[in-house]
Write a protein that binds this ligand. Structure first.
Ligand code: SIN
Length: 507
């Protein structure tokens, strides 16, 4: 089959075809030190709508020299920002949050255009992303230190929590709004200044929220967004890792890239927060409420058309309920998924983000078919809908020699296996270098605690397929990363603990 290449075939869309209400937040310049700027080189790159590969906008293609300027700017701004009170930072975040709520519909429209997810999903992401700003505006007031019990008389011992410095935030295309707010709101609450490098596929959401940060009164230099094409990404990533003035780097993306950044950050001993790939097991035990398990499977598997780190990647269903689960799941997939242009009414799911994703998903399914797996629905590219659509797919009969069994699929493909013993399924669920999320469904309370404790993951959904929220600690174990985002722990990556020993106090 001849593959459509977005990059070879993109078309420019007249801005007149974009609803006027999105204009105010649709930006064409990067945001550095409180100013809207071009790249030093004046180069730009196009941002494409994955529904049809039309060009939405061109943005600056910033390189290492632009990042140098921004890092120095953010480092200078830090000298003042670190002295602000927690209340001042809380108020700033609250103003930003209020503006994001007011502009939610515009933000959702931009997100749907550049990412392809349906408007319903974009609205949910904007609400989710905004909730981190609200949460950290509240947490900012609680970045307290500690007073310790001194082991020696005439001494007072204190722990202070102070901002780390400049934070580099490298964010992905699958949640272009929420992955920025989850990192940046925590960093700003702590008193850090930020350099944000959004994915080259989805920089427009980042620029839109920079516009709202400016309107919220953020001082120059504390929130910088630099757009970069794939051509410059690796060099810019290296610069962010190796520049001594950047003190913490937070990245959400693949484990392969996370490992490169981890190595590069060693040179300056940077604080690191890494939210990397997953390979989530989704286990349905005989005792499960099957309707709840099927609804959870729909939400977990097909959120963002399967392009989610916490998406269920390997389904394991116990023998007695296997056939009924498949039947109910297939029926729901058929009835509830409507693929198409996400900006249109009634569409629930959009295309994949780019050709490389589409090719990867297609080749995993083809490999499984060639080795004897059974396709119950889908299993093909839907070029009649557009260049990047893949059919929601359900596969059984998958064996360990098939690539799909061992790979993070990142697409709308559910791989379902049968199991017979609890011990066997836990062994298999943990038989992966990854450990981000895991899900299981059971009405047996002893089993709930046994299995929850045994799964080697950072997050567990029990009788629940959608578990993310601002209050929860998001993060993985093993090769799924380091650190936690959201929750009261989300601040930890952006503060240093300083020990103070005050001696010779006269009593
Ligand atoms: C991700 O897929 O990277 C984030 C998903 C979430 O926050 O729930």
């Amino acid at each position: 089959m001849k593959m459509f290449s977005c990059f070879q075939n993109f078309r420019f869309t007249s801005l007149h075809s974009i609803p006027a209400r999105t204009f105010s937040l649709l930006k064409e310049l990067a945001y550095v030190n409180g100013k809207w700027v071009n790249a030093n080189s004046r180069s730009t790159f196009p941002v494409l709508n994955p529904v049809n590969c039309d060009v939405i906008n061109n943005v600056p293609d910033m390189d290492v020299s632009d990042f140098h300027v921004a890092i120095n700017t953010a480092a200078n701004a830090f000298e003042t920002f670190k002295k602000t009170t927690a209340k001042e930072r809380s108020d700033l975040l609250r103003s930003w949050y209020n503006l994001m709520v007011t502009h939610s519909e515009d933000l959702a429209n931009i997100l749907t255009r550049e990412n392809g997810k349906s408007l319903a999903e974009s609205r949910a992401e904007i609400k989710y992303g905004n909730s981190f700003v609200e949460w950290f505006s509240e947490e900012a007031r609680r970045i307290d230190g500690e007073i310790l019990q001194a082991p020696i008389r005439n001494r007072e011992l204190l722990l202070l929590r102070q901002p780390v410095g400049v934070a580099a935030l490298i964010t992905p295309w699958n949640f272009p709004h929420a992955m920025i707010t989850r990192k940046a709101a925590a960093a700003i609450a702590a008193g850090c200044t930020c350099i944000i490098k959004p994915s080259e596929d989805t920089p427009l959401s980042a620029l839109a929220i920079a516009d709202l940060a400016e309107k919220a009164g953020f001082p120059p230099g504390i929130f910088n967004v630099l757009t970069t094409s794939i051509r410059n990404s690796a060099a810019v990533g290296k610069e962010l890792c190796e520049h001594p003035k950047v003190r913490v780097l937070s990245f959400t993306g693949s484990t392969a890239v996370g490992k490169i950044l981890y190595r590069q950050c060693a040179s300056t001993m940077k604080r690191l927060s890494l939210e990397l790939g997953g390979n989530a097991p989704y286990i349905v035990f005989n005792s499960a409420n099957l309707d709840i398990a099927v609804s959870g499977a729909m939400a977990s598997k097909f959120r963002n058309t399967g392009q989610t780190c916490v998406s269920s990647n390997r389904f394991f269903v116990e023998g007695r309920v296997f056939d009924e689960f498949i039947e109910k799941f297939l029926k729901k997939m058929n009835n509830e998924i409507k693929l198409g242009d996400g900006s249109k009414d009634g569409i629930t799911h959009g295309p994949l983000i780019k050709e490389s994703q589409l090719k990867m998903v297609d080749s995993l399914v083809k490999d499984a078919i060639s080795k004897g797996a059974t396709i119950h629905c889908g299993g093909k590219i839907l070029s009649e809908l557009g260049p990047l659509f893949y059919a929601p797919t359900l596969i059984t009969g998958v064996t360990k020699d098939m690539q799909i069994y061992n790979t993070e699929i990142f697409g709308p493909v559910a791989v379902i296996n049968k199991f017979h013993e609890e011990e066997e399924v836990i062994r298999e669920a943990n038989n992966t270098p990854f450990g981000l999320a895991g899900y299981f469904f059971s009405q047996d309370i002893s089993q709930v605690f046994r299995v929850a404790r045994s799964l080697e993951v950072g997050m567990v959904g029990v009788n629940e397929g959608l578990i993310s929220c601002a209050e929860a600690a998001f993060g993985g174990v093993k090769e799924s990363g380091l650190g936690r985002e959201g929750s009261k722990r989300g601040i930890d990556d952006y503060v240093d603990i300083k020990y103070l020993c005050i001696g010779n106090i006269q009593h």
